[in-house]
Structures are given as C-alpha cells and as structure tokens.
Design a binder for this molecule. Structure first.
Ligand SMILES: [Zn+2]
Length: 132
C-alpha cells in the first residue's frame, strides 16, 4: 500500500506547484490584506475573490504537537512513532505537518522550525524540521 498523495484542484494547484519548486505558497487577500492557508477560492476574512499568492519564508514555531503511535494505514507502519504538529509560520498562517527530525523529548511549544520538502510519488509535500 502506498502513502496517500494529495490531488490538486484548480484552487490548490499553485500551492502544489510551489512545493515542487521548493516554495511554501500561501494566499494574501488584496482587499483586507489578511493571509490564509489552506488555499481557498474566497478570503476567509472578508469573502473577497481577489487573492494573490505569496511565498512564505519557511520559518515558524510549534503551536502544539502530538506523537502518532498508531499508523493511519499500513503505508505509514514504518513511520510510527512520528510527530504531528500545528506550526505557526512567521507570515501569520497555521499549518499541520510532521516534524521529521525530532521526538517529543526534543520538541516543545514555541520551538523554532523550518519547512522542508519531501517527494512522494509525483507530488512534493511540505514537512517541518527543528531549526538548528
Ligand atoms: Zn479579505
């Protein structure tokens, strides 16, 4: 069994193209200037459709985290235990991803992380590592 691979939609395609280029892209509303992630057709703050794509620095902090001990499918059996975290990127967006180079004894709320990219099939996915 292979790991699940996200399927891009017209709304998310620029995000996935960014990952392939080594960029973490997010949307910025041109009406109210609020950032948002995940990608949407409308601004989640003011419902404007005038959105731009920006490239995040790739740096952020751990908002919270947990250790996954039971794999969600057989494809992830070799990965457990692994860290799943909510990360606040410096641009003001919150993302959910794995922290690859750490266990729960290494990480804490507020720890600095940076985004890295992992190839999975024909897709590239964002992951996090503790910033050194
Ligand atoms: Zn807006």
């Amino acid at each position: 069994m292979d790991k699940t691979i996200p399927i891009p939609t017209p709304v998310t395609q620029p995000f996935w193209e960014g990952c392939t280029a080594g960029e973490f892209r997010y949307q910025l509303c041109n009406a109210c200037h609020e950032p948002q992630f995940y990608p949407r057709a409308l601004c989640r703050h003011c419902h404007a459709q005038d959105l731009s794509w920006k490239v995040a620095s790739g740096f952020g902090t751990v908002h919270t985290y947990t250790t996954v001990h039971r794999a969600p499918s057989e494809a992830f059996d070799a990965d457990v235990p692994y860290l799943l975290a909510l990360i606040d990127l410096d641009e003001g967006i919150r993302i959910m991803t794995n922290i690859l180079n750490a266990t729960e004894t290494d990480v804490s709320v507020g720890a600095k992380v940076r985004i890295v990219f992992e190839s999975r099939g024909d897709r590239v996915l964002p992951q996090a590592v503790l910033a050194q």
